[in-house]
Design a protein. Structure first.
Length: 296
């Protein structure tokens, strides 16, 4: 059974920029951003090719959930299987698109569960040429945070790009069961900035909004879902605000029972910036409650 992907391309030839949204079905601002990009690019001269995928994971989107009906996370299933479940088939259809591109942008938010500061991230690729291209793309996107992380996390869109030698970045902005217009605007402007930097469209260099550039080669440094796990099931009450500077060991938050009795405290694992924070209070034991960006 083949999986049909909804996508559109403008222009032809090289360089070829692939822009994708909706890998997770509850991350809506990037989907709107890709739609607006399609509309704006109609009147722009494209020197090369831009391919837009507005909703990569349609079953998850239709369910309003991070994952589809098979329960698999598309961002952990790449490159998939053409004879597998629905998510595996979607992954198998997306992987050749990524491998064929000259540059790739994967747009995300914190989804339903998390709020996250705007960042452009990339894997610390072992090929210096690819790595430098990714650094340039991430800076051009113009988020306040640029974050390079360990290259050996598999199952992701970026791991497919890594193995194919395709320069790739991912973007996080917004989330938390609310629609944020500024996240849409950031994604639209950022994608146009990268297209301009690559010479695919004419676009003036925007004044830099980058405030922090962090490269962290520690194993699993980019694995957000394992950070600051809840010590018990209950109601998570944060002790920090998004964007706060925190010190290692300070109280990150507390899990309480329905009457407010503490079931356990979460301590900040390291010093840095409160990068993302759980937006839905209900937690199971082991669920991530947020994470810190370590500042160099």
């Amino acid at each position: 059974m083949q999986t049909q992907l909804t996508m559109q391309s403008l222009g032809s030839g090289r360089p070829h920029l692939l822009i994708m949204a909706g890998v997770h079905g509850d991350e809506f601002e990037p989907m709107v951003a890709v739609r607006r990009l399609w509309q704006q690019l109609q009147s722009v001269v494209v020197r090369g090719r831009i391919t837009l995928v507005p909703i990569a994971n349609e079953p998850a989107f239709l369910g309003g959930q991070r994952v589809g009906e098979d329960g698999l996370d598309l961002a952990r299933t790449m490159p998939g299987r053409s004879d597998g479940s629905s998510t595996e088939r979607i992954a198998a259809a997306l992987a050749p698109l990524i491998r064929e591109a000259d540059a790739f942008i994967d747009l995300h938010t914190g989804g339903r569960l998390f709020r996250i500061l705007p960042l452009a991230g990339y894997m610390l690729h072992p090929d210096e040429k690819v790595l430098e291209s990714q650094r340039r793309m991430a800076r051009a996107f113009n988020c306040p945070i640029v974050w390079g992380t360990h290259p050996q996390l598999d199952g992701r869109t970026l791991s497919v790009a890594r193995d194919a030698g395709v320069p790739a970045i991912y973007v996080e902005a917004g989330g938390g069961e609310r629609f944020e217009e500024h996240a849409v605007e950031l994604c639209v402007a950022g994608c146009l900035n990268v297209a301009g930097m690559l010479g695919i469209i004419e676009r003036a260099l925007a004044p830099s909004q980058v405030e922090h550039v962090v490269e962290d080669p520690r194993v699993a440094s980019g694995h957000l879902q394992v950070m600051h796990p809840a010590p018990a099931a209950g109601y998570f009450v944060p002790s920090v605000e998004l964007g706060d500077h925190v010190e290692a060991g300070q109280t990150w938050g507390t899990v309480v029972d329905p009457f407010g009795k503490s079931l356990g405290t979460v301590a900040a694992a390291e010093s840095g910036l409160a990068l993302f924070l759980r937006a839905v209070p209900a937690v199971r034991q082991g669920d991530s409650t947020g994470g810190v960006l370590p500042l160099n």
